[in-house]
Write a new protein. Structure first.
Length: 372
């Protein structure tokens, strides 16, 4: 068996289900989690950046509050359990990663944070900064305020969205199953599926909607939905069992949903024929830096065109016309204040802490090489 993902995956999203964190009696599986922390430390030492999407808050909170049905008897119970359990969950991760010399950071998000453009840019920028600082972000849905109408509903799909925001190369969903089977794995003759290159109706028909532990909110249906979201962004996703020690360092059977070859859909979307809200014109040095995969810094900008807001799609123009498209980190007025200025001048010019770039490379498609 191989180990997923390959070592050249710079950023990895690891989602851990409730049943792996909390035992049926409601106690924390601390020894197993300590092994995960050691695995994460080893991957970090090898140069891989890790984001953890961690379930378990509702299960932990339900035990502390004595709530029936694992805290899922009603939305109000789930919200109360989440609020109580999340502080415990964050403390567990902080202690275990701290023992390995790593710093943990907590991020609680709602669906709006990753679906609305400006909030998405905020979340993406925070993730990028945490990862470059060597921090391990621990992410969960903010179940204490989310409602049934405005929530992801399970952390499988949340992990796929986080992969997009973090510009990750792969996602691992650690669960109580070791992948996809052609039918319910408890049935005689069920066959394991090692690789899926196209998610079609036949693949979806293999899914079993149930969560075998009774603590989580997702089953195989949600995992396939997450794989579809990840693949659409050019990210491969694996479903693997967490019912072994050190699942991030032990080769074991799993199912990989392979992202299609070519440009990620997000880059293709940015590069496509969408109407841009404005443009930033750049000098030759900035144009060359963009061609090499850099972000657009204000020092290389020469002129702002149009009226756009932060998060709007804009073009980046060189002497010969458009060379890239991306999502602006500033509105047009503030961008105009910064053109041609060094980064150390930005705070004084704006009166607030500046963003690192006018357009970050993670939210940019270079038109000469969409796959960049």
């Amino acid at each position: 068996m191989t180990l997923f993902p390959p070592s050249d995956c710079a950023r990895l999203i690891v989602k851990i289900g409730s049943a792996l964190i909390v035992s049926p009696d409601g106690s924390v599986r601390r020894d197993w989690l300590a092994g995960i922390a050691r695995d994460i430390a080893a991957r970090r030492a090898a140069g891989q950046q890790i984001v953890v999407v961690s379930s378990g808050a509702i299960a932990l909170g339900a035990r502390r509050l004595g709530l029936a049905k694992g805290g899922r008897a009603s939305l109000e119970d789930a919200q109360a359990a989440a609020a109580t359990g999340q502080i415990a969950l964050a403390g567990i991760w902080s202690d275990l990663l701290g023992a390995e010399g790593l710093t943990a950071a907590q991020m609680l998000v709602t669906i709006g944070d990753l679906e609305e453009r400006r909030r998405y840019l905020n979340a993406a920028a925070t993730l990028d900064r945490l990862l470059t600082l060597g921090v391990v972000p621990i992410i969960n849905e903010n179940d204490s305020v989310a409602t049934e109408e405005i929530r992801f509903g399970d952390n499988d799909r949340l992990a796929a969205r986080v992969a997009q925001a973090a510009s990750a190369g792969a996602v691992i969903l650690l669960s109580d199953v070791d992948g996809l089977y052609d039918r319910n794995p408890t049935l005689p003759g069920a066959s394991h599926i090692a690789s899926v290159t196209r998610i079609d109706s036949a693949v979806e028909a293999m899914a079993d909607a149930g969560s075998s532990s009774g603590m989580g909110s997702g089953g195989m249906v949600s995992k396939i939905a997450a794989a579809r979201l990840a693949n659409a962004a050019g990210v491969s996703l694996a479903i693997a069992s967490g019912r072994i020690a050190h699942p991030l360092s032990t080769p074991a059977r799993h199912t990989v949903f392979v992202a299609p070859a070519g440009a990620p859909a997000r880059k293709a979307w940015l590069a496509g024929g969408l109407t841009a809200a404005g443009a930033i014109h750049v000098d030759a040095g900035a144009a060359q830096a963009l061609a090499e995969g850099a972000s657009l810094l204000a020092a290389g900008a020469t002129r702002i065109e149009g009226r756009f807001a932060r998060g709007d799609l804009i073009t980046i123009n060189g002497d010969q016309g458009p060379i890239a498209r991306g999502l602006s980190e500033y509105d047009a007025v503030d961008a105009a204040r910064l053109i041609g200025r060094r980064s150390d001048e930005h705070a004084a010019l704006l009166g607030y802490a500046p963003r690192a770039a006018l357009v970050h490379r993670n939210h940019m498609a270079y038109l000469g090489d969409v796959a960049r």
